[in-house]
Design a protein around this ligand. Sequence first.
Ligand SMILES: Cc1cc2nc3c(=O)[nH]c(=O)nc-3n(C[C@H](O)[C@H](O)[C@H](O)COP(=O)(O)O)c2cc1C
Length: 324
Amino acid sequence: MTSQTIPLRSVVQAAVWAPSVHNTQPWSFVIEGDEIRLRADTDRRLSVSDPTGREMFISCGAAVFTLRTALRALGWEAIVHVLPDPDRPVLVATVKPGDPVDPDEHTLLLHAEITRRRTHRAGFSGLPVSEPLLDAMVRHAGDEGARLTLVDGPAERVLAALTTAAQLTARRDRTQNLELRRWGRPPGSGYGDGVPADAYPNAPRRTHPHFEQRDYAADNPWGNSDEQVSAATTGQVALVTTSGDAVADWITAGQALQHVLLHASAYGVGAAFHTQALEFPPLRSFIADYLCAGERPQLIIRLGYPLTETAGVRRRIEDVLDED
Ligand SMILES: Cc1cc2nc3c(=O)[nH]c(=O)nc-3n(C[C@H](O)[C@H](O)[C@H](O)COP(=O)(O)O)c2cc1C
């Protein structure tokens, strides 16, 4: 197969299933010749809660990892340049097919999860995630140049409390609330972005410790019923951290995140995100100083076996891709 006949469109079609903050999908793609270019779409940045674009670039990093995985699963080495042009700071990455390869089992395993993986927004079953599986996730984050640190005991309770503090503060802030409302979608919405009402329970069971969910329903009676769930647990709390805190580090965090999430998903493990506290600089500094051994915290997640399923939506490929 020549590079002209490699179905790069299908590679982009896979990448749009990467996770992104509030499902903003803050990206656009160009296919020119045999190159895919991924740009951050700054119009979709959360100007109130993400003024530096950190979460936007993490989201784009997750899309970069997905491009790499999809291309490799098709049988091509991915040649990736992250931030290839200092004069174009929103050009996140270029990805090109290199030599043909036989996709390895791990790549195929991850590839099968790209569209299946979903964000979870409730407690988990009591079944603990096994140590070998957690070890593999830690290793994969490291492979991408980031760190996945498992958080237990007092540190777990501190993170839960900071999440509550951030959530209560955000709820009282009019501009934060308005921004969140823009991305929470009512039932039956035909939007291809934002968080649909069937992507979270309307009254999630409390866990111990409890990690507050974002209020995507904004006090409306939206969300799925999870009445069949009688008890739920927190699951394994973890932090994704990087050694630096520049745009390149945020993209690294996104690639590591997606590697971890896809691997987890292949073994039936889902992830819930609680990034509220990291949107408040003093709370983020506190978490960096006391819980991250000098690393920079990029994401707070919980891992476990979901008891319910959630829905996912994406924009149409035509709305995000320019082809020559
Ligand atoms: C940087 C980042 C931050 C996120 N923060 C949260 C969060 O605080 N709460 C939450 O419920 N989901 C969070 N998410 C998950 C997104 O809402 C989710 O990826 C998006 O809605 C798409 O849904 P899907 O992951 O099920 O495909 C975050 C995702 C990213 C990449």
